[in-house]
Design a protein around this ligand. Structure first.
Ligand code: G6P
Length: 396
């Protein structure tokens, strides 16, 4: 077993650090670099005969559990943007409890690392019986979900042993981003955007290598948080999923109460929890929810009207409101933004490399995975087999 872990103490740690390679394998042979007469694009062999049907669907429904659901949530905005098809999200058990409506004109995408999760599998049978096109995104060739779907993509992240999913999560987002590119590939208007994302995917493993250098910082942060009872994580847009997934990691392995909260909902309840003691992580990397606007301002000395960069960001206003309630803030921001994001009063800033907005969740989850890992070790819990949990839940 130790041989399989190499120089690492635990599988979870190994799998976190493997992500530059697992992402490379996920994308191998699927990205087209472009040049000469070729456009930069993607090839997803397992889907090529079904893309037309998917583009024409009435909606795309993502169905999964746990981390796999969160990965689909992270990819939802780019799939909506590039395909123009409405995307809805379903936790498999909830879809089954409600017997929610599914139609022949729907595409149902089943996301599962193991490909064997009972709830997801049963939801697949349900969607199949209602005539939807069923697509599988799994890490396990020959799994029940891979066999039961009409078509699909393997994420090829390699065997994942730690119960807390890490490398499968980032590979799932990479695959679903490639799915978005494939779905949008008949549109001229999004061509530049798509090419930028393809470039971003090529560079993603390097950027993940860079963000992994935060390991020591996250260990230090874990030391500060070891004795805490609770940790809130705020995110929005592309990084709502990061907040949910970061909190899930902290809950699953560090056995600490943690909640991922949509920052846009802060005022509608969670703000009541904020005080000087509760640690709060705010994800405020650059995307459409963090824009810098050119706004007129007056220079004090000259009284002349001038223009300066004044931050105008929804996430910054979240930070300000949390600070006004004396929240104990830890902010994840884009490299170089530390001062703009939090001029004073923030207990810690974690700077991460900037990538294309839709790929930022792949980068932003890494420090949170590291934090959950170190918290677990420091709190003395079992990293790879947390109590009461199983890697693959094959019973309902
Ligand atoms: C279990 C695991 C989670 C996982 C979930 C879905 O609850 O403990 O880590 O995210 O199942 O698993 P799947 O194999 O379907 O992705």
């Amino acid at each position: 077993e130790q041989i399989k872990k190499g120089n690492y103490e635990h599988y979870m740690e190994k799998e976190i650090f493997e992500q530059p390679e697992s992402l490379t394998t996920t994308m191998r042979g699927r990205l087209i670099r472009g040049g000469e007469s070729k456009l930069k694009s993607v090839v997803l062999g397992g889907l090529k005969d079904h893309l037309r049907t998917m583009r024409r669907s009435r909606r795309i429904i993502f169905i999964g559990c746990g981390t796999s659901y969160n990965a689909a949530l992270a990819a939802r905005p780019i799939i909506e943007e590039l395909s123009g098809v409405p995307v809805t999200m379903e936790l498999a058990s909830d879809l089954l409890d409600r017997q929610g409506p599914i139609y022949r004109e729907d595409t149902a995408v089943f996301v599962s690392q193991s490909g064997e999760t009972a709830d997801t599998l049963q939801a697949l049978e349900y969607a199949n019986s209602h005539g939807a096109l069923c697509v599988g995104i799994t890490n396990t060739v020959g799994s029940a979900i891979a066999r039961g779907t009409h078509c699909g993509v393997h994420i090829n992240a390699g065997c994942e042993i730690g119960v807390a999913s890490t490398k499968a999560y980032t590979s799932q987002i990479a695959v679903m981003t490639m799915l978005a590119l494939a779905l949008g590939d008949d549109s001229m208007s999004s061509r530049n955007r798509r090419e930028e994302i393809v470039d971003g995917l090529f560079d993603l493993p390097n950027k993940v290598k860079e963000v992994l250098k935060l390991d020591k910082d996250m260990k230090e942060l874990a030391k500060l948080l070891t004795e805490e009872q609770s940790l809130l994580i705020f995110g929005r847009g592309y990084n709502y999923a990061t907040a949910l997934e970061g909190a899930l990691k902290v809950k699953e392995v560090a056995l600490m109460h943690s909640e991922g909260i949509l920052a846009g909902e802060m005022k509608h309840g969670p703000l009541a929890l904020v005080d000087e003691t509760l640690p709060i992580i705010v994800i405020a990397t650059r995307d459409a929810t963090f824009r810098q606007a050119l706004r007129p301002c007056f220079l004090l000395l000259t009284y002349s009207r001038s223009y300066a960069l004044i931050p105008d960001s929804k996430q910054q206003s979240v930070i300000q409101q949390l600070r006004a309630r004396k929240g104990r803030l830890i902010v994840i921001c884009t490299k170089g933004d530390a001062e703009a994001v939090c001029p004073y009063g923030v207990s810690r800033v974690i700077e991460v490399p900037r990538v294309e907005d839709c790929l930022q969740p792949v980068i932003n989850i890494v420090p949170l995975q590291l934090l959950a890992y170190h918290l677990t070790v420091l709190r003395g819990y079992n990293v790879d087999q947390p109590r009461n949990l199983a890697k693959s839940v094959t019973t309902q």
